[in-house]
Design a protein around this ligand. Structure first.
Ligand code: S3P
Length: 159
């Protein structure tokens, strides 16, 4: 059974996934392989709707794998994905308050997030999605003051 990591941008999903398993699956990376361009370029060219369509396809295609899967923050934008996550028994929500996440997002100059260009808009997105993350999580880890190693430890204690 796969462990699926969810949470808002900046929560550390990919970092934790990499530490949990060497051969983890990073959804954003798979999407970029498929679209053959950075996600930010794709958003600018085609918009969010097309991105979500591809994100859903890629998510569906990896679900059967026995793996650690790092999702993108918007995975809960699709009701179908929410249902899949709800029925999946090993979903980990990496949780933090918005100020902490925004600090991390702003500091990350490598990974450009099209939906985090405006702080107020990102905060609204965060408030709305938080409920969905909570609703589907089997384990919630507050990542605020924890190292990636400490987070991994907590997940391993559970499963
Ligand atoms: C998104 C989060 C990003 C990426 C895309 C959209 C979102 O992933 O999938 O920019 O809607 O929150 P991270 O959560 O890994 O930054």
């Amino acid at each position: 059974m796969s462990i699926i990591l969810i949470g808002f941008m900046g929560a550390g999903k990919s970092t934790v996934a990499r530490l949990l398993a060497e051969d983890f699956i990073d959804l954003d990376q798979l999407i970029e392989q498929k679209i053959e361009m950075p996600i930010a370029h794709f958003f600018a060219l085609f918009g969010e709707k097309d991105f979500r369509r591809i994100e859903n396809e890629v998510f569906e295609s990896v679900l059967q794998n026995q793996a650690v899967i790092a999702t993108g923050g918007g995975i809960v934008e699709s009701l179908q994905n929410v249902e899949v996550l709800r029925s999946h028994p090993q979903v980990v929500f990496l949780s933090a308050d918005f100020a902490t996440l925004w600090e991390r997002i702003s500091a990350d100059k490598v990974n450009v997030r099209p939906l985090a260009q405006d702080k107020a808009a990102a905060q609204r997105l965060f408030e709305r999605r938080k409920k969905s993350y909570e609703a589907v999580a089997d384990l919630t880890v507050d990542v605020t003051d924890k190292s990636p190693e400490a987070i991994v430890q907590l997940i391993k204690e559970r499963w």
